[in-house]
Write a new protein. Structure first.
Length: 79
């Protein structure tokens, strides 16, 4: 099984947004969906279902973001 950064896609009630991707990124999303589906032996996933978990994972592992959030929370708690 391939070890991808994106482990599972959790279904949740979405907030609708419209965004545009360059064709190259969309192609990468299609490839990613194909790999995940093959690894999990499932029907091919829709690439748009991968965007939110990818962004979530990216933000969850961004150390600079975590540090900045702590600084903001500390500053707002001190005020």
């Amino acid at each position: 099984m391939t070890k991808l950064k994106l482990d599972d896609v959790i279904e949740d009630k979405p907030v609708k947004m419209t965004i545009e991707f360059p064709a190259e990124i969309y192609s990468d999303l299609l490839d990613y969906a194909t790999v995940i589906s093959a690894d999990k032996k499932e029907a091919k996933r829709k690439p748009e279902k991968l965007v939110v978990p990818m962004i979530s994972r990216f933000m969850a592992t961004d150390r600079a973001l975590a540090k900045a959030r702590r600084a903001v929370q500390k500053a707002s708690g001190a005020g």
